[in-house]
Design a protein around this ligand. Structure first.
Ligand code: APR
Length: 320
């Protein structure tokens, strides 16, 4: 049986890490596409040359030609520009919107059956635009944010409790921005919800509030340290987790930017929600009940995403 084909659109920091992880995990053959001549070819060759030592079987190819992504089972999109210190994700809107147009058309014409995961920021607006430009079914186009935001939340919680990250679950909803909503009530250590751990004296509400804020600022913290770009290891790992769930029909429950039409009371928009990812793409949105405070935070986040989508429509008439 032929190996699955994974197309990575954008061969920068995240794209290269995605290719490395996909090869190490033997998820399939990898095509790296980028407009920067030599970058995808160089990274593909470099990773392929690690194969004998790592012992993986995967073909890697770098290209500037969309025809090479033909028949891809998964496309992961990181094409665009990352932020620099002092920039918000929203500052990238105008430039990355143009990139989504060419990428969306490239996927539409060459890999219309793929499951598409967008990583390019500002995430929720870019995944919406990518879906519009590509015309693919909504359940086959999603955005990676919630897995990363939850992973950051889980990491910080594991430090606070001095327990293994494996035993910490975390739940982050909403847009991938300053208004994201880490849900304390649904986050646990070994199944014990965080509010119970406060009652048990394991931590205080103030400390939890600080962790929530650090999670919201998680991307900016890395940008501030790196100075020349944004995070790439954890974003790549998060998207690979989603791709693997699709390719292996694992039906993982993963938070991601998904098309909500009715769920969470939303009328047709992309925002971060819990989903089930399996062979059909986003197979289900887990429409949990929010309490009053959570709903207020979620509404604020939804409004921020709506504002960005309107801004996209203002920039590109074909989206209006
Ligand atoms: N088509 C294909 N590739 C493109 C295009 C395009 N139209 N425009 C830019 N690129 C490529 C660049 O040549 C570069 O190699 O996208 C790549 C982006 O890589 P980096 O600059 O290293 O950025 P990275 O850290 O990988 O982040 C990519 O993900 O998390 C988000 O905010 C981040 O939007 C950014 C994206």
């Amino acid at each position: 049986m032929a190996r699955p084909k994974i197309a990575l659109i954008g061969a920068g920091q995240i794209g290269g890490t995605l290719a490395h992880l996909a090869a190490l995990k033997e998820l399939g053959d990898v095509v790296l596409f980028d407009i920067s001549e030599g970058t995808p070819e160089g990274k593909a060759l470099d990773i392929a040359e690690s194969g004998p030592s790592e012992g993986f079987d995967a073909k890697l190819k770098g290209t500037q030609d969309y025809a090479d992504i033909a028949g891809a089972d998964v496309c992961i999109v990181t094409a665009g520009v990352p932020r620099k210190p002092g920039m918000s994700r929203d500052d990238l809107l105008g430039i990355n919107l143009k990139v989504m147009k060419s990428v969306g058309e490239g996927i539409r014409d060459n890999a219309p059956d793929a499951f598409v995961i967008c990583i390019t920021n500002p995430l929720d607006a870019m995944v919406w635009a990518l879906r519009e430009f590509s015309g693919l079914p909504h359940q086959k186009v999603c955005g990676m944010a919630g897995v990363l935001d939850s992973a950051r939340f889980r990491h910080f919680l594991s430090l606070e409790f001095d327990v293994s990250m494996k035993d910490v679950t975390g739940f982050v909803l909403g847009g991938h921005g300053d208004t994201m909503v880490p849900l304390i009530r649904y986050s646990t250590v070994g199944g014990i919800p965080l509010p119970d751990l406060v009652k048990m004296g394991w931590t205080s509400q103030d400390k939890l509030d600080a962790i929530v804020q650090r999670t919201r600022d998680g991307g900016a913290e890395i940008v501030g340290l790196l100075k020349t770009g944004s995070a790439f290891y954890a974003p790549a790992t998060s998207a690979i987790e989603m791709a693997e769930s699709y390719l292996k029909d694992q039906k993982r429950l993963l938070p991601c930017a998904a098309w909500c039409d009715g769920q969470f009371g939303l009328k047709g928009m992309y925002v971060g929600v819990p989903t089930i990812i399996g062979e059909n793409g986003i197979e289900r949105i887990v429409d949990i009940q929010l309490n009053k405070d959570e709903q207020a935070m979620f509404d604020k986040s939804v409004d921020a995403v709506k504002g960005l989508v309107e801004a996209c429509k203002g920039i590109d008439d074909s989206l209006a």
